[in-house]
Design a protein around this ligand. Sequence first.
Ligand code: NAD
Length: 362
Amino acid sequence: MPLAFDHQTLGQRILFGASRAAENLALEVTERGAERIMVIASGSAAVVARGITANLPVEVFWEDVAQHVPIEVAHRARDSAAAHNIDLLVSVGGGSTTGLAKAIALTSGTPVISIPTTYAGSEATNVWGLTESARKTTGVDPRVLPATVIYDAELTRSLPVELSVASGLNAVAHCVDSLWAPRADPINAALAVDAIRALNGALRTIFHTPDDLAAREQALYGTYLAAVAFASAGSGMHHKICHVLGGRFALPHAETHATVLPYVLGFNASSAPRAADRIAAALGASDAVSGLVDLKESLNAPRALRDYGFAEGDIVEAALLCFEAIPASNPRAFTVGDIQELLHDAWEGRDPQASRKEPVHD
Ligand code: NAD
């Protein structure tokens, strides 16, 4: 088979090392000559961020952060950054915190240094998201891509097991979807497969020993590869479904990803056999879906959408919205009825292996 593709790599500096966040950040600030920093961090990450930035020229310490970046919060943060003539944004936290830094960068062009403390992966993408009147809008803009990402596994040791599992499976979802998303290519696939391998091992260890630094490092490494693959490949069926569930029905981000993934994999696997084989191998399983189900079971991961506020009565509307959003390039052809069935299985938490349907015509 001839090999031909158009791959774009986003330019970022990655500084990776446990207990090195303060040192690596100081290095970046010096090299950039930053003089007026805005630090964005909330909750437990705020305490960590104060420690990391103690000796830096911090002008604003911003703790007003909310999930899915409400536009009102973005306006307030943008106004503060402008009023203080900020020349560098430093975010310390999960995807919500990175998201707010991106929202400021989107309108100001101020560079962002991201120090992630979850496995959301937003730090490695040029995708922004904002929520206005309960509607989430996303877009792609080079200004929001953090210039530098500083990974320090020490900062993730405090991430509770449940959040680690849901967030880590969100990273696995980046990998799986990037194997059949619209701009899927062999480079993304290589990154995604190694990320699945790293995340599979790391999450199993973290579940039993949340404090294991080596596993935390592997999880961050997998997170980064997964996000790079996803940023390059784009959103496939899985992300489009989760976007509808999160945006229209306000379901929690990471838990929704963790729940829906095996159903999408089950739906697509037989029409994407090469991808399925690679996922299975990366999971150390003979079959992709059973490998993913096994991983989820060993992590006691989120199982059913009804546990996260999704109502059975919303399935019909959700299926229609998903049908309109899912790329036509999905490896398996689909109807609104297929999506309705998939969502019903995910709502109920049916065994994804039992809910697998073989394609009839495709
Ligand atoms: P989050 O940032 O909302 O964090 C979840 C919770 O974990 C928060 O309560 C936070 O305070 C806590 N937390 C974070 N790090 C911690 C740590 N080390 N120890 C203890 N507690 C910690 O959730 P998330 O899953 O990281 O991110 C979800 C958001 O990111 C969503 O809005 C999603 O849309 C966005 N996202 C964007 C992209 C993108 O490319 N733009 C990619 C993935 C996710």
